[in-house]
Design a protein around this ligand. Structure first.
Ligand SMILES: [Zn+2]
Length: 240
């Protein structure tokens, strides 16, 4: 189905939602989806906005706080995302990114989704830069985004303390045959390799990488679906 933006002109009421409510994915819907870089290469900005709304990463509808009326989804070409929420009563407007994981960035939604996908795949940064088409003067932002991703991992571990304990035992007791020692060690070797490759021997980042490692280890059984699990972490931490 193609997405037609209602411009709200000449007596036609503008949309007060981005996608139909029945298109919004459940946790299992997100969990079972198959992704690759190609599938995350959107045909248009509206496709990327729709995708984010379906995956509960941005508001699908928004009420104006003072008026309590649904805001309209309107075209604003001069602004980054090309659209904004606007109240027809008081004229107040709001970013599509309000309350979302994306609110702190000027990169496009598609670029951020691509970076997060590449991070979840544990791809090299040069690959992610290439896939996300990051321009040379904003390359530091990819380092920031990988750091934000590790923050999500850290918060997940704070929110799931019992599971953290289990995985810390895995980490400090790798000889226990009950646990998948080899997988843990392999993952830890790859993580250390990544650490050295990207940041030399900087120890400030060690704890941050350790959170990433523990998070990845927790989901090692579904490692082809790490991006899906990571999306669910974002959904939980940035409820919209
Ligand atoms: Zn209003």
């Amino acid at each position: 189905m193609h997405f037609k933006v209602n411009m709200g002109g000449r007596g036609v009421p503008a949309n007060t939602f981005i996608v139909n409510v029945d298109e919004i994915l459940t946790d299992d819907g997100i969990r079972n989806e198959f992704f690759n870089y190609k599938r995350l290469s959107f045909k248009s900005i509206t496709d990327s906005i729709r995708w984010c709304a379906r995956h509960r990463l941005i508001h699908n509808s928004l009420r104006c706080a003072p008026c309590e009326e649904p805001m309209s989804f309107v075209v604003r070409h001069q602004l980054g995302d090309g659209f904004r929420w606007q109240c027809k009563i008081c004229g107040a407007s709001s970013s599509l990114r309000k309350d979302s994981f994306f609110s702190r960035s000027h990169l496009s939604l598609e670029q951020i989704v691509t970076i997060v996908y590449g991070w979840a795949r544990n791809d090299e940064q040069f690959r992610i830069i290439c896939e996300a088409e990051i321009s040379s003067n904003t390359r530091n932002t990819i380092v920031d985004w990988c750091s934000f991703c590790r923050d999500i991992c850290e918060q997940f571990l704070v929110d799931h303390p019992s599971e953290v304990i289990i995985h810390e035992q895995n980490f400090v007791n790798p000889n226990d045959p009950e646990i998948h020692t080899q997988n843990v060690e392999n993952l830890w070797m790859r993580t250390k390799h990544k650490l050295r490759r990207q940041f030399g021997t900087s120890e400030d980042l060690f704890v941050s990488y350790l959170h990433e490692f523990i998070w990845r280890n927790k989901f090692r059984q579904v490692r082809d679906y790490l991006f899906n699990e990571f999306l669910l972490c974002i959904v939980k931490q940035y409820p919209i």
